[in-house]
Design a protein around this ligand. Sequence first.
Ligand SMILES: [Zn+2]
Length: 154
Amino acid sequence: MAELAKDGTEMLIAAAHGMQQKSYAPYSDFQVGAALLTGSGQIFTGCNIENSAYSPSICAERTAIFKAVSEGERDFKAIAIVGGKNREIGDLCFPCGVCRQVMAEFCDPDEFMIVNGRSEDDYIVYSLREMLPHAGYVKGGNDKDSYFFGSDKV
Ligand SMILES: [Zn+2]
């Protein structure tokens, strides 16, 4: 399992907290920020963006991942996530199932780290596999020969 340096982890959480300030969450009043670290050391950030029709809403994690992919990045090492009301970090904020599946599309399940922060120096780190065991894949995705739907990257 990959390890993240403590200072790097704290920097990612700080970036996620910065993005939490930009959240548009008038319906839930639960603001989330995410910061995604790429293999080249770049950081892409995202916040949750809600919509009055609910379905068009998007999570902070997918905002960050889609921003990165749209800029040509597909090599991801870690993502930090913070969330809470009043734009403050509350308790741990874990990614939803949809975001976990999007992570599985691009990230190595054992190498990609998901940092769930309570504060910049209080956090829990899980691998993607720990957070999404037995992910479903369709053959022809990122690794064209290895997966088929219902299988895991084992
Ligand atoms: Zn989500």
